[in-house]
Structures are given as C-alpha cells and as structure tokens.
Write a protein that binds this ligand. Structure first.
Ligand SMILES: Nc1nc2c(ncn2[C@@H]2O[C@H](COP(=O)(O)OP(=O)(O)OP(=O)(O)O)[C@@H](O)[C@H]2O)c(=O)[nH]1
Ligand SMILES: [Mg+2]
Length: 415
C-alpha cells in the first residue's frame, strides 16, 4: 500500500525527483518511548505492530539484547513523488544495566554501511545490484522527564553524532505542560551544548543559501528538540478526512496540529523539505570524514610499522633520465632527454606511484577490516555453539533425571 504524505511543490528543494528516493531512517530510544507508534504515525499506516512490543513483566532478566528491525515502506506525496523509506527500529535499546553492547550494535551497523561503500568504491567493476544502506538520519527519542538529558542520552548521542545526522526528539510530548515543555527543550539544548554534541541542526550558509532556505532552517532549528505526539488511532474529522488522534477522557489531541506538537513539521522536514539535504550531508560531510579517518588511520599504522618510502624521483631526476636512456636508446630509439623533460616525466611517475600506493593502502585497510569482522563473527559463532552444547547437555541431564525419577516411582509403586 502506498500512503500519501502531503504536498511537496513548495517544500521540496528545486530538484526534479521523478524516480523514487531511497531514504533510511533509524529510530533509537528506550523501550516504551513511543518509537513504534511514531513509525506508524510517520507512515500514516500500521507498519509496526505495537501490541507485540509491550515488555513482558514476568521477564526479570536485566540483560536484554538490542535488535535492529528494518521495515520498508513506500510513501508518495501529493505530486506522485515516491519515497522508499527504510526504517530501522531498535527494540531493546537501553534496557540493560550495561548498555555498552547496544551502543556497539548501533554504531557497528552504521560504520559497516560506510565500509561497504568504501569497498564498493574500490572495486574495478562495480556491483550493479549494490544497495547503499547508509543511515541518512537518526531520530533519538528522549524520555519526557521534565529535566534535561540523562547519562545514557549524552553517551549515545556523543558517540553517534559524528557518524550520522542525529535529530533529538522529545517523545510523548503530551505528558508535559506547555511551560514544562519549553523548559525541557531549553535544558536539553543546554546539555547538548555543554557536552559538545554536534547534532544535525539544519545547517545553512548565509552567503550561499537563499533567504527562503535560511528562514526555513532557522525556524526548524528553533524547534530542536522536536516535541512529538504519536498515535495509532484515526477518527473521521468534520470534513470526512481521517485524523490521527490521541483520545483522553478530557479531550482529543490531533497529532498533526502544529499547536499541539512538532510532529507534522518534523515529518515534512524528514520526508519532504530536508530529505535530500540529509542525504547530501551524509554523503559529503559524514561519509567523507569517515573515509578520510579510516584511510589516514591506516596510513598512520603503516607508517609506524612498514617503510613505505619510494625513491624520491622528484628530487633525483637524473636517476630517472639515466634509467630511461639506458633502457631505451638501443631498443626504442629515443632521443636523449634533457633535464626539464626528465623532471616532467619523473613528476608523472612519482604521482602515479603515489596514487598506486594510496590505492594499495586503501585495499589493505579494507582487507584488514574484513578479516577482523570475520574473526569476530567466528568467535561469536563459536561462543553460540558452546552455549548450545551446554544447553543440550543440560536438557539431556534433565531428561535423564526425569527418567530416573519415573523408574524410581514405578519401583516404589510396583508392589
Ligand atoms: N501519551 C502518549 N503515549 C504514547 C505516545 N506514543 C506512544 N504512546 C504510548 O506508549 C506506549 C508505548 O508505545 P510504543 O510505540 O509501543 O513504544 P516503543 O518505544 O515502540 O516500545 P518498545 O517497542 O516496547 O520498546 C503505548 O501504550 C503507546 O500508546 C504519545 O505520543 N503520547
Ligand atoms: Mg516498539
């Protein structure tokens, strides 16, 4: 089913987007913060079954593993522009006493998508079926406590914000009064500044961008963190339109009413006006930085262990001219070359050698990363196998015990 998400002619950035646009959104937030309800509200349809996500109260284990759950939805605006939306939900985030492993799962996933691109870029023949899985935006759901950020919020956003466009969101905003919400937004912004967390703040360039863009981005920036209300229920409004609402004994909240929540503004920014900007920011800023860091890290490592130095042909052109003269004068009948020609040739050789060296380093880096990944996965597999064996043994022992008990009972009652 294709859901309609609104009009785009004014909002969409001057780009003709005839084909569907692929966009990947990740939603991170603690259990029960309303992630699933938000996903359904964003897509205007039941994408995630919220009834299955309510935690089992009898499950007292403190270590719950985070899982990444992807849903693919086709959306379409009033002008027929399609958005192929991949939404990655993160059930189980923040449920453990030690959240390090859920942090790693999210971070590794995002980094892995960049590594895949790095590898694809270095292939001689590209894979025509390659799918770019980079996460273009991450919505981080903050519990509406009425205070600022909690330690877990600071920790995860700090680690994610250099890798992905993080947009902080206060979920279930209807649980705060207007003045509490204003104060909460202020405290969160102060914390973000204090901890130096570079979230996606709808950047603009005063010299380069037009007035309309600057105004729009300034207005969006002023709303951060977006305060959203989500709902799975729809009612028919006075005009016969379906309205997504939350119904309370005291009244009804229309989640798309901008006076009651920032939901509709956030949805327009994500899926219409800033969809392309978020993608470009991911490609041109975040991925570029990741790529540079990945390659220069490797470069540093190489420099400290292996001597990669090449004969400095630039500073010693005579060496090159001597070699060329020596090799070629008999066979290829080259005329003797003068100093400036030799220097030009040496420059070309040196730059080619440098390019080959860099490419080799890039490939080595990727190879090393994949080796490490493989090793880690192998270890995980071995660990899982061991656990399985132990479980089987326990089951077997329990089975034996049961049989022994039966025999014993049979013996006791045999007379
Ligand atoms: N008051 C209020 N309640 C909400 C809002 N959004 C969701 N809820 C309720 O919060 C509860 C949890 O919502 P979910 O959408 O299942 O939350 P979740 O983050 O997906 O939860 P898990 O998948 O269990 O981690 C449900 O009872 C929702 O109806 C909201 O904006 N305001
Ligand atoms: Mg859920």
């Amino acid at each position: 089913m294709v859901a309609v998400i609104g009009s785009s002619s004014k909002l969409r950035k001057k780009k003709t987007l005839k084909k569907g646009i692929q966009f990947t959104l990740m939603i991170v937030g603690q259990s029960g913060t309303g992630r699933s309800t938000f996903i359904n509200s964003l897509c205007g349809q039941q994408v995630v079954d919220t009834s299955t996500t309510i935690p089992d109260p009898s499950d007292s284990s403190s270590e719950k593993e985070l899982t990444l759950r992807t849903e693919n939805v086709e959306l379409e605006d009033n002008e027929g522009v399609k958005v192929s939306l991949s939404i990655i939900d993160t059930p189980g985030f923040g449920d453990s006493i030690d959240n390090e492993s859920s942090f790693s799962i999210i971070i590794d996933y995002i980094r892995h998508q960049y590594d895949e691109i790095l590898l694809e870029e270095s292939r001689i023949r590209r894979n025509p079926r390659f799918k770019d899985g980079r996460v273009h935006c991450l919505l981080y759901f903050i519990v509406p406590t009425g205070h600022g950020l909690r330690e877990i919020d600071v920790e995860i956003m700090k680690r994610l914000s250099g890798l992905v466009n993080v947009i902080p969101v206060i979920s279930k905003a209807d649980s705060l009064t207007k003045s509490e919400l204003t104060l909460n937004k202020k405290l969160i912004m102060e914390d973000l500044k204090h901890y130096n967390i570079p979230i996606y703040n709808f950047p603009y360039d005063l010299d380069y961008d037009d007035e309309e863009t600057i105004d729009a981005n300034t207005a969006l920036r002023a709303l951060i963190p977006f305060a959203v209300v989500g709902s799975n229920d729809e009612i028919t409004g006075p005009d016969g339109d379906l309205i997504r609402v939350r119904q309370y004994p005291w009244g009804t909240i229309d989640i798309e009413d901008p006076d009651q929540s920032d939901f509709i503004t956030l949805r327009s920014a994500l899926l219409i006006s800033h969809l392309q900007d978020l993608k470009e920011h991911t490609q041109e800023i975040l991925y570029e930085k990741y790529r540079t860091d990945a390659l220069s890290d490797k470069d540093k490592k190489n420099n400290s262990t292996i001597d990669l130095s090449y004969p400095d042909l630039k500073s010693n052109p005579s060496k090159l001219s001597f070699n060329i003269n020596n090799q070629s004068s008999n066979n290829l009948n080259l005329s003797p070359i003068n100093d400036s020609a030799a220097s030009a040739i040496s420059d070309v050789y040196a730059s080619k050698e440098e390019a080959v060296r860099l490419e080799q380093e890039r490939l080595n880096l990727l190879e090393e990363k994949f080796k490490q990944d493989l090793l880690r996965r192998k270890q995980e597999l071995l660990e899982k196998e061991r656990e399985l064996r132990e479980m089987e043994e326990r089951l077997e022992r329990a089975q034996h015990f049961k049989t022994d008990q039966k025999d014993l009972t049979a013996e006791n009652f045999s007379f």
